[in-house]
Design a protein around this ligand. Structure first.
Ligand SMILES: *Cc1c(COP(=O)(O)O)cnc(C)c1O
Length: 393
């Protein structure tokens, strides 16, 4: 608990509302102790890993799901599975987390940045075709904030040019595009179970393999380049080095934690929907009055309620608002500096002005506190603080 000095100088006992707070569903510890007691198998691919695989496969209708140590690692596996190499190009949005692009750069690819749409902040599908060259190996749409990209257009362009689609679905587990789950459109898709995501195991991820032709090699790459998975299924009598690979299996202790979260997915998503809707209704009139843009969810998209962001009129207003909220004990953060203007982006020859929409929204976006255990009172404090902000000019 810390004491916040309010503007009228009255002291109120208050605590900081964090931007994010991981929330337990209650069963995590029970499952972790069972994972440890159960035949003492705490390394990868134990009972709880298999439970998570089966649950995710059934839930999403995906032929193969493999838990990984992170979404970053699932993206790295995707790059290996597609044989991305020196000279290849990979199209990624300029407004995303670094892992979306780094996974492919690690294999020697050149990133090609697609600017985003000003409404959903997703990869702008109308600018995609112009970025395709004979060297394009993959398109990596990111379903930003758990609102689906325009997958009809993206998959049509990809298949016409014979280019693979890898969905970075870190924000989008359980989101839908025209009634179909995100993560089921690309040959491959990746999930994150990092502490900041809807469902978590602290660190964690998953690779969704939608193209059955990639399943066996995905298992091999994840198991240090060996056919150990086939060995455990009794399909070969010894296992050996058969391909490139690394160690991408999480411990079964982490899978036990994750299973508790996934089992409670409906309650978690209902809670997040409530929080999102409360922000939206509490801020709608305010946003219209002060020229603030709220998130856009197209009618054919069912969102995953991953975050609530606002787009302020300018960088200066955002800077002042962050300081104002901090003074009231509220932690709000921005994210995603444009990849094209980053040091690495510049080393590939990109510069300011290449992705104007990304560069603009990156300056003005603010994410509000959002976590599964957030109370109505905490949320009202945030909404009231925004309404009380006066420093617009
Ligand atoms: C969180 C995130 C990642 C990385 O996830 P990790 O599990 O931390 O590796 C990748 N892409 C996007 C869009 C993310 O938000």
């Amino acid at each position: 608990m810390d004491v916040t000095q309010t503007r009228d100088n009255s002291k109120i006992m208050d605590y900081t509302i964090p931007f994010n707070k991981p929330t337990l569903t209650g069963d995590e510890f029970a499952y972790i102790s069972m994972a440890i007691k159960n035949d003492l198998h705490i390394s990868g691919d134990g009972t709880y890993t298999r439970k998570c695989h089966a649950m995710l496969e059934q839930m999403l209708g995906v032929p193969k799901v493999l838990l990984t140590t992170s979404c970053t690692h699932a993206l790295e596996m995707s790059a290996m599975l597609l044989n991305v190499q020196e000279g290849d190009e990979v199209i990624v949005p300029s407004f995303t987390f670094v892992s979306t692009v780094n996974a492919f750069v690690l294999r020697g690819a050149r990133p090609v940045f697609a600017d985003v749409r000003p409404d959903t902040l997703n990869m702008d599908e109308t600018k995609l075709e112009a970025l395709i060259t004979p060297r394009t190996k993959a398109i990596v749409p990111v379903h930003y904030a758990g609102v689906a990209c325009e997958m009809d257009a993206i998959t049509e362009i990809a298949s016409r040019h014979g280019v693979a689609v890898v969905e970075d679905n870190a924000h989008g587990l359980l989101a839908k595009y025209k009634g179909r789950y995100t993560g089921t459109f690309g040959a491959l898709a990746t999930q994150s179970f990092h502490e900041t995501k809807n469902f978590t195991s602290g660190e964690g991820g998953a690779l969704l393999v939608n193209d059955p032709a990639l399943i066996e090699r995905a298992e091999i790459i994840r198991e240090k380049g060996t056919n150990r998975s086939r060995f455990f299924r009794g399909q070969v009598d010894k296992y050996t080095w058969v391909d490139v690979g690394s160690s991408y299996l999480p411990s079964d202790i982490l899978a036990a934690f994750l299973f508790a979260q996934l089992e409670n997915r409906e309650a978690i998503q209902a809670k997040r929907a409530l929080i999102w809707n409360r922000y939206h209704s509490g801020l709608e009139g305010w946003a219209a009055e002060f020229g603030v843009q709220l998130p856009t969810v197209p009618p054919h998209c069912e969102q995953a309620y991953h975050m609530f962001y606002i787009l302020l009129p300018s960088l200066e207003v955002r800077t002042r608002l962050i300081a104002y909220l901090k003074h009231l004990g509220i932690q709000a953060v921005f994210h995603y500096l444009p990849l094209n203007t980053s040091d690495m982006g510049q080393s590939f020859g990109y510069k300011a002005g290449d992705c104007p929409v990304t560069e603009d929204v990156s300056d003005r976006l603010l994410r509000l506190p959002f976590y599964n255990s957030m109370t109505a009172e905490e949320q009202l404090r945030v909404i009231h603080a925004l309404h009380a902000f006066r420093d617009w000019h």
